[in-house]
Design a protein. Structure first.
Length: 152
């Protein structure tokens, strides 16, 4: 069986920017699935490369600024950092640099990206906006779908 990591990215003090962290915290409470590792990746960055490279598959959860209504959840299967949404959240550069570094090393896990649209990722606060809070069950369902696909 391949090693799977669910990685939440974001900053908890910037409201919707922290949706990835809120999601993995809920998954840890709800016991996602046996044999799945769950990690609060904070704002990501180069320092996480060694950790991610220990896995065959990584499911990343992150916020993005786009034209979709806040709380819209979608799934991407990026191959290169340029495949990631153009307006990812506040830590965009660190995440893309990390992906590029793993590609250069030719040691990159298979990645699925679960993106949640946010209206503002700069607002200070520990709670999610109501539309992004309502998206948490859809995020969980999307992650579980990916896990089931990987296990079949």
């Amino acid at each position: 069986m391949s090693k799977i990591l669910v990685l939440g990215l974001g900053n908890l003090v910037l409201k919707d920017e922290g949706v990835g962290i809120h999601a993995v915290q809920r998954m840890q409470r709800d016991t996602l699935s046996e044999g799945i590792d769950i990690l609060d990746g904070g704002t990501g960055g180069i320092f996480m490369i060694g950790t991610l490279q220990q896995y065959d598959h990584v499911i990343m959860i992150d916020a993005t600024l786009d034209t979709n209504p806040p709380g819209t959840v979608w799934r991407l299967k990026p191959k290169y950092s340029t495949d990631y949404p153009r307006l990812m959240s506040a830590h965009e550069i660190g995440l893309k640099d990390m992906i590029d570094a793993m590609i250069v090393q030719d040691h990159i896990p298979d990645i699925d990206l679960v993106i949640v649209s946010a209206r503002d990722v700069q607002e200070i606060g520990m709670e999610l906006s109501p539309p992004v809070e309502k998206a948490l069950p859809k995020i969980m369902d999307t992650v579980n779908e990916i896990i089931q696909e990987l296990r079949n």
